[in-house]
Design a protein around this ligand. Structure first.
Ligand code: SAH
Length: 197
């Protein structure tokens, strides 16, 4: 099933003209499939309300819908939203798209899936985490390795518990300046948290 998902998600079209300021880059299909499948195995996708924050190409939300999540996908950028809608249609995923800043999103959901901006220059990534911990009972989010401690401390000051951290390496466009001298790959974490109260 995970392989089928990965194959389906490899058909998602990437940003044609990514906006660097919004940190638009696609989650690699293998990682996207891993994230939603991990959530599925923990009972957090099937028949659950799932929010994809900063849906971009739509890949995470589409993945969650294909394995029976009820998905709302939030994105503030017009062209990304158009792309996500086209991708969802092409892959037969029925998603409720919401054009909005993540800050404004206030709906409670069972599960948040996200690959938010990595933000070297701002706190946008952490704002996404704050929102996710507020609206979701379970959170599955990708973040750059360097943000792990900041995210952990956000989790500690919330009513979520850290459930797991899985390490990956992904290729990002060089313009984002995240890879190290030794490698063109960027170390990232899949961070999983659950509400404990
Ligand atoms: N998870 C997606 C995209 C990741 S890039 C994928 O794998 O394709 C991050 C996305 O968040 C971009 O599409 C960007 O436009 C969007 N974004 C950035 N800041 C935002 C905000 N404040 N509110 C909503 N969307 C935002």
């Amino acid at each position: 099933m995970k392989n089928d998902l990965k194959q389906a998600l490899s058909k998602v079209r990437d940003f044609e003209d990514p906006k660097i300021s919004l940190e638009q880059y696609i989650t690699p299909p293998a990682l996207a499939a891993d994230l939603v499948f991990t959530a599925y195995m923990q009972g957090d996708i099937e028949s659950k309300k799932v929010a994809d924050l900063g849906t971009g190409t739509g890949i995470l939300g589409i993945g969650a819908e294909l394995i029976d999540g009820e998905v709302v996908a939030v994105e503030k950028d017009d062209s990304a939203l158009e792309l996500a809608k086209e991708n969802a249609e092409d892959l037969g995923a029925n998603i409720d798209f919401l054009q909005s800043d993540v800050e404004e999103f206030g709906k409670s959901v069972d599960t948040v899936v996200m690959n938010p901006p990595f933000s070297v220059h701002s706190d946008t990534g952490l704002d996404f985490w704050e929102k996710a911990l507020e609206v979701g009972d379970a959170v599955y989010g990708i973040s750059p390795r360097g943000a792990r401690d900041s995210i952990k401390s956000l989790v500690r000051s919330s009513n979520h518990k850290l459930e797991g951290v899985q390490e990956y390496e992904i290729g990002l466009p060089p313009s984002y300046g995240f890879h190290t001298e030794e490698s063109r790959e960027t170390p990232v974490d899949l961070i999983i948290t659950k509400r404990s109260t």
